[in-house]
Design a protein around this ligand. Structure first.
Ligand SMILES: [Zn+2]
Length: 146
């Protein structure tokens, strides 16, 4: 059992033919990024063709799971009733290490919102929302390790 930060009532993301591999990796707690195998360009969310060279050849490359907060906001409004006891929470754009500039929009957890800062080092913290769905949240990298 992994940690939980958000309630079961959160809307479930929809997988498509292009993104199902990414979601399957996430369910196995593997953070990956789609990479063009012709020119090396990374992209997210996964798509059918490379935006640089138009190649359809791609792979899912494993990432170390660390990153840097590029930007963030603090949400004070409970947009669904189930979030009433979860606000305020942080939504951040995380610059993923080893991802060629790809950023992921997610949450920074296990830290007070007022202590989150641009440039903060973070590491993925998987939240199992169900047997086949895990979402990558991020928590601050602790001093001296992760
Ligand atoms: Zn390409």
């Amino acid at each position: 059992m992994t940690a939980r930060w958000f309630p079961d009532e959160m809307p479930v993301p929809a997988a498509s033919a292009e993104t199902v591999g990414w979601w399957e990796a996430a369910a196995a707690h593997r953070l990956v990024v789609q990479r063009c195998t012709d020119c090396g360009r990374t992209r997210h969310p996964p798509g059918p063709v490379c935006p640089r060279c138009r190649s359809a050849a791609a792979e899912l490359a494993e990432l170390p799971g660390t990153g840097t907060v590029y930007t963030f906001t603090v949400v004070h409004q409970a947009f669904i009733p189930a979030l009433a006891d979860r606000v305020p929470y942080v939504v951040a754009g995380v610059d993923l290490d080893g991802a060629g500039g790809v950023r992921l929009v997610s949450n920074v957890v296990d830290v007070a919102p007022e202590d989150v800062a641009i440039g903060m080092r973070v590491v993925v913290a998987w939240e199992d929302m169900g047997p086949e769905l895990a979402l990558p949240r991020f928590r601050p990298v602790e001093e001296g390790g992760t």
